[in-house]
Design a binder for this molecule. Structure first.
Ligand code: GLU
Length: 477
């Protein structure tokens, strides 16, 4: 059975590239009827951020990436948090020392620093490899500080076939005898990832290309233990532009930031799926259910993907266009609240007006700003050369508009307004523009004259028309 995992470090921030890796690992498992596992890699205690595990779990949940095993869910191969597996790593590290694949090192910081060459490069010189087992025992018993290092052969090379990048070969002389167990007894990533992937039965390791060239080192560990190596799929990074990776430091948004910016989770997941993968036919809008059917390794790209917010915005707009007014109203409620319209206006009417007009919820407050900014609007907005409207004309037709609004039951405002156009012998545009600006105080509104009046309701419409008329009178028009 296919078993994949997502193995984030709890740094307090799940970046888009990380979520993309998780999504592919999830989709690959589900496409193949397999299991998707979450493992928290928290052995670097200095980087640990309080609450970070919750952010990871919540983000996966929000994106729909339900994990079959992991923290809070359990499973047969737990614990799934590395800091709770310290003893396991130590046991395997000692076994590896026995097998000759690793050794204790007692070198001091000063000695290690002295190994740095003129280019600032440092390679450990296997100094402690020559210590006899008795000497090692004596120094351990004497309470000396130690680490355990991987014993990389001095000659030769190691190869493997990455399922995306093909054959990767690394010469042993380019590898360092990295630390596997640190002086605090915690494993490094270099060791823990192998032990855990093996013990957790992971047979497809899906992660970023930053691990492409260290994988031969990990394979040496699999080989030393006599374990079967997993399949590897290394994914190219997600970039901000041609030369920079997406990064928190430069203010690039995380998944949660984008949700807070008014993007929909389903549009985000759809867009993130396309950052390095494409289906056979060139489609862009693909539901989560379809992704689980369509995902395949053949569609993966070796080139870095560029995160394009304009495209995400477009895709988000496509998802919004397909929403029912009820769904839109429900999901946009926090944004209605932000715009100060919640409970004040008919939310379904608002939704109907906004659905074809916004690409993200964040545009809602701006689109509805006219509802609050009516008082004291610039009267010159009533003048529109193209429509041949003038202030005196407005003043002349406003009483008729007030009369109409007072008498109307608002069931066919548009029809009543067109009848009035006929009666006054004016152009449609002249009456509709005047009416719309007189009740909204805005040149651009998410809907036409009658729609705006329906949204405002009879009482507000009449009051606003009156207000505009008296302002014109005061201005001596
Ligand atoms: N903890 C590693 C990271 O966050 C995971 C790498 C892997 O998936 O093996 O980069």
């Amino acid at each position: 059975m296919v078993r994949t995992r997502f193995a984030p470090s709890p740094t307090g921030y799940l970046h888009i590239g990380g979520l993309r890796t998780a999504l592919y690992a999830y989709l690959f498992a589900k496409k193949n009827g397999g299991k998707f596992i979450l493992r928290i890699e928290d052995t670097d205690l200095e980087r640990y951020v309080e609450g970070a595990v919750e952010i990871i779990c919540d983000t996966l949940k929000s994106a729909g990436l339900t994990y079959d095993e992991g923290p809070g869910v359990g499973g047969d191969y737990g614990p799934y948090v590395q800091s709770q597996r310290k003893e396991i790593y130590l046991r395997y590290a000692r076994e590896l020392v026995e097998k000759g694949g690793a050794y204790y090192c007692f070198c001091t910081k000063e000695r290690l620093e002295s190994l740095t060459d003129e280019n600032g490069q440092r390679k450990y010189d296997k100094h402690c490899l020559s210590l006899s087992p008795e000497e090692v025992r004596a120094r351990l018993d004497g309470g000396e500080k130690w680490v355990i290092r991987q014993n990389i052969p001095e000659k030769g090379a190691s190869s493997y076939v990455d399922l995306l990048f093909g054959e990767i070969t690394v010469d042993f002389k380019d590898l360092d005898d990295n630390i596997l167990i640190k002086s605090d007894g915690m494993p490094t990533y270099n060791f823990a990832n192998v032990i855990d992937d093996h013990l957790m039965g992971i047979n497809y390791v899906i992660r970023g290309t930053e691990y492409l060239s260290s994988t031969p080192k990990y394979n040496l560990l699999y080989d030393a233990f006599g374990w079967e190596r997993p399949n590897y799929i290394h994914l190219p990074p997600v970039m901000r532009d041609a030369t920079h990776k997406l990064s928190k430091r430069f203010g690039d948004p995380s998944y949660n930031d984008l949700l807070a910016e008014g993007f929909l989770s389903e549009a985000l997941v759809n867009y993130i799926a396309l950052l390095g993968w494409s289906p056979k036919e060139n489609r862009e809008k693909i539901s989560f259910e379809e992704l689980k059917e369509l995902f395949s390794l053949e569609g993966l790209s070796k080139s870095p993907a560029i995160f394009d917010k304009a495209k995400l915005r477009w895709l988000n707009g496509e998802y919004i266009k397909e929403m029912s007014p009820e769904t839109f109203a429900e999901r946009a409620r926090p944004w209605f609240e932000k715009a100060g319209v919640a409970g004040k206006y008919d939310e379904l009417l608002l939704a109907k007006l906004l659905i074809p007009r916004v690409e993200t919820f964040a545009e809602i407050p701006e689109k509805l700003a006219f509802l609050d900014e009516f008082e004291g609007f610039d009267l010159n907005l009533l003048v529109k050369d193209k429509m041949k409207t003038t202030l005196p004309l407005c003043r002349q037709i406003l009483p008729a508009l007030i009369d109409l609004a007072e008498k109307s039951d608002f069931s066919d405002l548009h029809g009543e307004l067109t009848d009035l156009v006929q009666k006054l012998g004016l152009k449609n545009g002249q009456v509709l523009w005047t009416f719309r600006v007189a009740v909204t105080g805005a040149a651009n509104t998410p809907g036409g004259a009658s729609e705006m009046a329906e949204l405002l309701g009879k009482e507000r419409t009449v009051a606003r028309l009156r207000n505009t008329l008296s302002r014109l009178e005061e201005a001596g028009v």
